[in-house]
Ligand binder design. Sequence first.
Ligand SMILES: [Zn+2]
Length: 138
Amino acid sequence: MTARRPIVPFLRVPADGEPYLAGHRCTACGAIFLGPRLACGRCMARGSFEEVPLSRTGTLWVYSIVHQSSPGVPVPYVAAIVDLPEGVSVRCSLVDVAPDPAALSFGMPVEMTTAVSQQDRDGNDVVAFFFRPAQGGA
Ligand SMILES: [Zn+2]
């Protein structure tokens, strides 16, 4: 019996729903961060965070077309930072789009997608997340 494991700790892959990124919300001021924090970067409160699911859609803030990478990593690809409505920025790869500035624009709507990137030593599927141009015609 194999399972689906997220490639990063802030990706959630529920068995009965859509994968999503997990944010941590400061219970003092409401600021949301990606991944756990010891203290809030906005209000400096320490300790009290609650996990919240982040939106699967956002906008492309900035990108770079990568032409050289580590051995085994196909190039070119689009490295991007996506802004989510919760005020969180996410580093990711942009997929399902040509690695061409003509196909990319700052502020374009994007949505999260996931794919099995590899198997771990126990045979579990390792799930990675990406963003792609929004299909819904936002
Ligand atoms: Zn705070």
